[in-house]
Design a protein around this ligand. Structure first.
Ligand code: HEC
Length: 122
């Protein structure tokens, strides 16, 4: 019986570990935001502007689709200039300026998903 129990526990841990990567993780997003991603260098999580806009309630003002594209390739979003980006340019007073890379390095799909989950908590 004990052995069966051990097996069951191990099997469920293994399932959690192997399936874990498929899910976004707000905690991983938070550490990326504050650490290696350097997002916190330029963004407050309140509504106060730092280098970039404060990100409080960001997922309420921008769509998930826009945010994912922005995190993946900011210059492309900047140049495409949809309505939301136009507003952002106006608030940043950078209407005509071209956009250099926004993040310090390209983010993986998993990192984007984790950041999305974290930003939903702001
Ligand atoms: C070097 C400074 C800098 C870093 C680092 C940085 N950002 Fe930004 N971010 C900006 C600026 C500035 C803007 C506003 C657009 C512009 O002027 O380029 C912006 C815009 C944004 C927006 C859109 C805000 C809005 O109000 O629509 C989001 C979301 C965002 N950044 C998330 C992030 C995340 C997540 C990271 C880390 C992976 C990050 N940023 C790293 C400077 C930075």
């Amino acid at each position: 019986m004990k052995r069966l129990f051990t097996f069951a526990v191990c099997a469920s841990i293994a399932t959690m570990v192997t399936s874990g990567a498929a899910y976004a993780d707000a905690n991983a997003g938070k550490s990326l935001f504050e650490g290696a991603g350097k997002c916190a260098n330029c963004h407050n999580i309140s509504d106060k502007k730092k280098v970039g806009p404060g990100l409080a309630e960001i997922t309420k003002r921008a769509t998930e689709d826009w945010l994912k594209k922005w995190l993946k390739d900011p210059p492309a979003v900047w140049n495409a200039g949809d309505d939301y980006t136009k507003k952002l340019k106006e608030t940043m007073k950078k209407v005509d300026k071209p956009k250099p890379a926004h993040t310090t390095r390209p983010l993986s799909d998993q990192e984007v998903a984790d950041l999305m989950d974290y930003m939903k908590t702001l």
